[in-house]
Write a protein that binds this ligand. Structure first.
Ligand SMILES: C[S@@+](CC[C@H](N)C(=O)[O-])C[C@H]1O[C@@H](n2cnc3c(N)ncnc32)[C@H](O)[C@@H]1O
Length: 322
């Protein structure tokens, strides 16, 4: 069996016998007016954060959702688009497709605005998405890509890039590791399937996103996720996993490198009313301006005594320097 087959087998099991809390995080579930999430769907919430960002889902976007699970986020995306075929869900595990279909039928009974035709579920996987090039506004995946080994993750990211329209967004939530996960855990296929041992470091994860062609990455949230403790996981030191919510844009990569926004701002504290770096960044004296990490580093190096750069908040959702 390959590790991908082990993962499919694991999700067949948890489609048939839900594991409440398999991937859950300490955050308030998204509540939307007029949206009732069926209990069976809540019990199959296998996401480790959220990929649904309500302020960014205007104009009924077409969403391709990879790894449908119990259908929770497919339903949440459908809430914003409300038209047949608005959400295209791709799922290789038959039992999971059946569970999601059942859950969405219950959702239709509990939500007068929802029709099951809004979500179309296809057999398929992250490496061969069943849509044409540049066809969708959003690709979303929650707690799936961390399962993939780096070469497969690269394939999945490139496939997401292919199907996105120019300017389209890849919305993801995944565990990341605060240091490299030792090989004996990475090779444990069941732990990998459970989203506990395939996670990359923040640096490696974001680098692979950029390598796939995404010119701008925005971090929406970063929280503690799970502790791999010394005793249970045969480690010399405890290893903290975090959960990272991100949105990556299909825009070209600037010549001096991709823009990664982590919530930093730059504040000009010099004697003039305005500072212009000549590269498109105007800082008004005393007013924080949101900047990507690349620009933050450049500005700090340019004027070490006059420009203050604030720390990453790990929550960024607008404005920017690029
Ligand atoms: C951790 S669950 C997350 C489910 C859902 N995103 C959620 O938030 O509840 C991973 C999902 O991806 C599916 N999956 C497994 N391997 C896959 C692959 N190669 N391509 C696409 N989906 C896959 C699993 O069957 C499962 O439904």
């Amino acid at each position: 069996m390959t590790y991908l087959e082990t993962a499919a087998e694991f999700y067949r099991e948890v489609a048939q016998t839900p594991q409440v809390g398999l991937c859950c995080v300490q955050s308030t579930p998204l509540q939307l007016p007029g949206l009732k999430v069926p209990l069976a769907m809540q019990e199959m919430n296998y996401g480790c954060g959220t990929t649904v960002h309500p302020t960014e889902l205007a104009n009924q976007p077409t969403v391709l959702y990879v790894g449908v699970g119990g259908g929770l986020e497919a339903l949440q995306f459908a809430y914003f688009s409300r038209r047949p075929g608005a959400v295209i869900a791709v799922e290789p595990v038959e039992a999971m497709r059946e569970a999601a279909t059942r859950n969405l039928e219950i959702a239709a009974q509990e939500n007068p605005w929802f029709d099951p035709s809004f979500v179309q579920i296809y057999a398929g996987d992250a490496f061969n998405l069943p849509v044409a090039d540049a066809a969708v506004d959003v690709v979303a995946q929650n707690c799936l890509f961390n399962i993939f080994e780096p070469e497969d993750l690269t394939r999945a990211l490139k496939e997401a890039y292919r199907v996105l329209k120019p300017g389209g967004r890849l919305q993801m939530s995944d565990p990341i590791a605060t240091r490299s996960i030792p090989a004996h855990l990475q090779q444990d296929e069941r732990l990998r399937a459970m989203c506990l041992s395939g996670a990359l470091t923040y640096q490696d994860y974001t680098q692979l996103i950029v390598n796939a062609g995404f010119g701008q990455v925005e971090i929406r949230a970063r929280r503690p996720y799970r502790l791999l403790d010394t005793l249970t996981y045969n480690l010399e030191e405890n290893l903290l996993l975090e959960s990272l919510d991100s949105v990556s844009f299909k825009v070209s990569i600037p010549e001096d490198g991709a823009c990664i926004f982590t919530g930093k701002t730059a504040i000009y504290a010099g004697t003039e009313s305005l500072f212009d770096d000549g590269a498109g960044h105007l800082l008004q004296r005393g007013i924080p301006a949101a900047v990507c990490d690349k620009t933050a580093a450049k500005l700090a190096a340019l004027k070490p005594t006059e420009i203050i750069v604030t720390d990453s908040t790990w929550h960024y959702d607008g404005g920017g320097c690029c």
